[in-house]
Design a protein around this ligand. Structure first.
Ligand SMILES: Nc1ncnc2c1ncn2[C@@H]1O[C@H](COP(=O)(O)OP(=O)(O)OP(=O)(O)O)[C@@H](O)[C@H]1O
Length: 248
């Protein structure tokens, strides 16, 4: 049985259709990556899975008692507000200090409890956010571009940590990422989104799919194509027309 599944999920922001007829399912212990060009609905799908936005149509089914841990793309913290890492990790639920310390050590940032949140580097902050998500012992961990702003070694180390956590906890992982080469090596399954599911499957299968190639191009140019997407291909269940991102 899936931990979470969507059926015919559509989502709108007023006149803007962000998602249409999306069917996905995530099973226990899987690492699934959502890829897609800017504006393709990745964050919207995450928000829907978290229950933060209401679908315009379709439904989302969650396994009973499902616990979701969420690592956001960014989190604005008021620089004038004194907030230590330890206190941040004890909000809203108070956590025993040894538990907080152990989780910080587990996510690779030991001994940061008394540091101010606003004084952390980007990489340290992402690991603190990961620690916060893991303290809830989630069955499903959702990461929305959690490595944005990290350099290449920092990104690779973060994904290696995610794989270790999956192995240790058995949690399923859903991540949104633009780091195509890391994604392809770290994921069990890739879902390619463009307002609808363009293609999905094992990374090898997806990279060979014509829909993927039309979206992301070939080789290293594929990464660039993420930002210069021209959705000029046609495939089953995909009949909409879309202007290139730069022409919108
Ligand atoms: N709060 C909002 N109000 C109105 N439109 C929105 C809102 N959030 C997203 N959208 C629109 O919904 C569509 C999908 O956006 P979404 O942020 O889900 O895409 P994304 O794939 O996560 O993009 P990116 O890669 O740039 O983060 C876009 O057309 C976007 O402009």
């Amino acid at each position: 049985m899936s931990l979470i599944a969507t059926e015919g999920l559509s989502l709108r922001y007023g006149p803007v259709a962000a998602l249409s007829n999306v069917n996905i399912a995530i099973a226990k212990g899987e690492i699934v990556t959502l890829i897609g060009p800017n504006g393709s609905g990745k964050s919207s799908l995450v928000r829907a899975l978290l229950g933060a936005v209401r679908p315009a149509a379709g439904r989302i089914t969650r396994a009973p008692g499902l616990k979701i841990g969420y690592v956001p793309q960014k989190l604005a913290v008021d620089a004038r507000m004194p907030l230590s890492v330890g206190r941040f990790l004890s909000l809203p639920n108070r956590r025993p200090e040894p538990e907080v310390a152990a989780m910080l050590a587990r996510t690779g940032v030991p001994g940061l409890e008394h540091r101010q949140i606003t004084a952390l580097s980007g990489g340290q902050f992402q690991r603190v956010l990961l620690a916060r998500a893991l303290l809830a012992a989630p069955d499903l961990l959702i990461l929305d571009e959690a490595t944005q702003g990290l350099d290449q070694p920092g990104t690779a180390a973060f994904y290696a940590l995610i794989e270790d956590i999956r192995r240790e906890t058995g949690a399923a992982i859903l991540m949104v990422s633009h780091d195509l080469h890391v994604v392809m090596s770290a994921s069990d399954r890739v879902i390619c989104l463009n307002g609808h599911v363009c293609c999905e499957g094992h990374p090898r299968v997806v990279t060979a799919a014509p829909e993927y190639r039309a979206l992301f191009g070939h080789g290293t140019h594929g990464t660039m194509a993420l930002y210069q997407h021209a959705h000029d291909h046609a495939h089953d269940a995909c009949t909409h027309e879309e202007k290139p991102a730069h022409a919108r």
